[in-house]
Write a protein that binds this ligand. Structure first.
Ligand code: GRF
Length: 199
């Protein structure tokens, strides 16, 4: 699992694991942010977790960092790379190494509002529903095959913060359920289309 932030999605996954709802193991948690919440949550629960420096760029891993991330993930023999608020774009070499085995959660109903602060984009646009999307990661930004989505209403008087909080509650249900479906082998991908998970 790769994350840069608070780690609320990690906590939801760890809780699902502890409850026996997720036929998977957390092999490794990596963060590009020293002291990120996700590392703390992982460590206190006894999962291997560490900071790996991202290198010299702001929005992606540099070549040496990409090699370090790949090395660590291979060493841990991971089957699936789960992104949870990892704020760097993963590119060619990384995605080739884990082709079809990287998933992400995005805080909007894709393909609407890709990119940063998607909840704010939705609020500013004036949509009445937004939500979250679990998708496979491809070479684009938030463009890969959609595995599952949850909708939430945008309410009168919502602020960016209140809408984001509502979306994050939906994320905490959707992500563990989607990963459980992948782990069970239920999710099939044909081109852009996936089947096997209704969430
Ligand atoms: C989530 O809101 C997710 O949609 C986005 O980054 C955030 C990560 O939050 N990709 P957390 O670190 O899991 O709390």
């Amino acid at each position: 699992m790769l994350g840069s932030g608070k780690g609320s999605n990690f906590v939801a996954l760890a809780d699902a694991l502890a409850a026996g709802q997720l036929p998977a193991e957390v092999a490794l948690v990596l963060s590009d942010v020293e002291g990120a919440g996700i590392l703390g949550h992982a460590s206190v629960r006894g999962f291997p977790a560490r900071y790996l420096p991202p290198g010299k760029f702001r929005t992606k891993l540099d070549e040496a960092a990409e090699a370090a991330y790949l090395g660590a993930l291979r060493e841990a023999q991971v089957d699936l790379v789960v992104l949870a608020g990892f704020m760097r774009i993963l590119k060619g070499e990384f995605l080739r190494a884990f082709e079809g085995r990287v998933v992400n959660i995005h805080p909007s109903l894709l393909p609407s509002f890709p990119g940063l602060a998607a909840w704010k984009q939705a609020l500013d646009y004036g949509v009445k529903f937004t939500g979250c999307t679990v998708h496979y990661v491809d070479q684009g930004v938030d463009t890969g095959p959609i595995i599952g989505q949850r909708a939430v209403p945008v309410l009168d008087g919502d602020t960016a913060e209140s809408l984001h909080a509502r979306i994050q509650l939906a994320e905490r249900e959707l992500y563990p359920a989607a990963i459980a479906a992948i782990a069970r082998g239920d999710v099939k991908v044909r081109g852009r289309l996936t089947s096997g998970f209704a969430g």
